[in-house]
Design a protein around this ligand. Structure first.
Ligand code: PMV
Length: 312
């Protein structure tokens, strides 16, 4: 039995859109922070056939089955039972597929003795879900060409920011990120400008992190998020992931900032709002977001560590 744990990550410079060549390669460089208190735990055991259990229920997960098939093209991998569970809502814009594939490759690597280092595990995780490549590492992480394996750019200790996650809806999203990205690539007039601006956005965020320049990071992270959602909204049919509470949280974050609190928001393919702030402001940000009508609860996370094996 092998038990691996990985944490979800949130992109500060977003990935939305894939290259058309094989390998599940993002079309734009992207950058994230790995979170600490949210986690996926995955246990892999030898079994007479492949089985996948998600949060104690047996499921047929085509993405995982495709991933296993791809692995078996390169490695000897006997049938396995995969039991995976998340301590946070699954498939609701909280990056459960990122932590999920990072934990899965980490567990399989150990179980089947594949001999992959973190770089190669990141490469494999990316094939399952591109953002998963980033969850192999802790702290601040970049996913860039030419290899599209994630690289740690700074440890959590460099700048230990907090992320307050405001949950506004816990149900699964109806359109997967992959399907949404393809729709955007094919139909949004904003898709090409989005690709064109992504290198500069990445460079600005990278510098802001190196210099621990909160207001520069806030500006570029909100811009990247809003550009991504503009691409989503202008896709045909439109991809609209927000609800009224999402918009109210964005306003609340802007108001906090006007009042002098260093905080910015980011939102992925779902209605949850992640407010990134300095540690001393996390309680205040959480208190304010908890009061926003439609917010079910908030979760406060620090920056987390890399995907790893949990010793028995
Ligand atoms: O890796 P996927 O297919 O779950 O896509 C992730 C897309 C976003 O979360 C919206 C952005 C990102 O960079 O994480």
């Amino acid at each position: 039995m092998t038990h691996a744990r990985a944490h979800p990550n949130i992109a500060l410079v977003k990935y939305w859109g894939k290259q058309t060549k094989p390998g599940n390669l993002p079309a734009t460089p992207n950058l994230s922070i790995t979170l600490d208190s949210l986690a996926t735990d995955t246990v892999v055991t030898a079994h007479h056939q492949d089985e996948v259990w998600l949060n104690q229920e047996q499921v047929t997960d085509q993405k995982i089955l495709r991933f296993l098939a791809e692995l078996r093209c390169e490695f000897e991998l006997a049938p396995i039972r995969i039991e995976t569970s998340n301590n946070f809502p699954t498939g609701a814009g909280l990056a459960s597929s990122a932590s999920g594939f990072a934990a899965l490759i980490c567990a399989i690597n150990q179980h089947a003795d594949l001999g992959l280092d973190a770089d190669l595990m990141s490469d494999w995780a990316r094939r399952g879900s591109a953002s998963a490549a980033r969850s192999l590492f802790g702290g601040y992480v970049a996913l860039v060409p030419p290899l599209w394996r994630a690289q740690p750019i700074a440890p959590a200790s460099h700048w230990p920011l907090k992320a307050v996650v405001a949950i506004t809806n816990e149900t699964r999203k109806s359109i997967s990120s992959s399907e949404g990205m393809e729709r955007s690539r094919l139909t949004s007039d904003f898709y090409t400008p989005w690709l064109r601006g992504s290198g500069d956005d990445f460079a600005a965020a990278f510098d802001a992190i190196n210099n621990k320049d909160f207001s520069a990071l806030a500006e570029i992270a909100e811009l990247s998020c809003l550009k991504m959602h503009s691409v989503m909204l202008t896709s045909l049919p439109t991809l609209s992931y927000w609800n009224p509470a999402t918009l109210a949280c964005m306003d609340a974050v802007r108001n906090l900032r006007k009042q002098g609190t260093a905080v910015f928001f980011t939102i992925d393919a779902g209605p949850q709002v992640k407010a990134v702030c300095e540690p001393q402001d996390a309680n205040r940000v959480s208190d304010v977001l908890t009061q926003v009508p439609g917010v079910i609860r908030t979760l406060t996370c620090g920056l987390g560590n890399a995907a790893h094996i949990v010793e028995p």
